[in-house]
Write a protein of this length. Structure first.
Length: 180
């Protein structure tokens, strides 16, 4: 498969991100650098993924954290193009286990929270557009169920639509086929 990490990470970082401290999640204020929280940095450092402090972290250091703790954890290099971005986005926003179980429920594999050969094969056989659309619908339903949905749902749904558009582009699916 083609390495889609860079375009997927560029989606996570979004246009105009300058690496300054920002909100890690809507309504919660955590110091971050390039989207990496202090807790995530500390975890990555404990695993030997990075060294030093978050304050001194470069964009490349933070990309290394995203690759090691999220992309590799979801087996992003082995998922279909576009689907990889959707699952990666879910992993970053909601956690790796949540993202894996969501994908597994949709493709009909055991939702054990670890994306392995059976889930990868099921995802590959599901159909890229169908799976991207199913992930979009499932994500929006999940976001609507959260306690802070009344305050943040509109922004979460907008981000999900942006993820779907980016996923379609990575998968080579014409945008006129977007699920409405």
């Amino acid at each position: 498969m083609i390495d889609q990490f860079d375009p997927s990470l560029n989606f996570i970082w979004g246009p105009g991100r300058d690496g300054q401290e920002d909100d890690a999640a809507p309504g919660e204020h955590f110091e971050t650098k390039w989207g990496v929280t202090q807790a995530t940095w500390d975890h990555a450092a404990a695993l030997g993924v990075v060294e030093g402090t978050l304050d001194d972290a470069t964009r490349d250091d933070c990309a290394t954290v995203f690759r090691a703790l999220y992309w590799n954890a979801i087996n992003g290099d082995h998922l279909p193009a576009g689907v990889d971005l959707m699952v990666f986005n879910d992993a970053v926003v909601c956690g790796v286990g949540h993202a894996a179980r969501l994908l597994q429920r949709i493709v009909g594999t055991v939702p054990d929270g670890a994306i392995g050969p059976k889930t990868i094969a099921a995802a590959a056989g599901y159909g890229d557009k169908k799976l991207i659309d199913a992930l979009t619908v499932a994500d929006n339903a999940y976001y609507a169920s959260l306690l802070k949905a009344p305050q943040f749902l509109r922004g979460w749904v907008r981000r999900e639509k942006d993820a779907q558009i980016a996923a379609y582009q990575l998968a080579g699916i014409p945008l006129d086929q977007l699920l409405t």
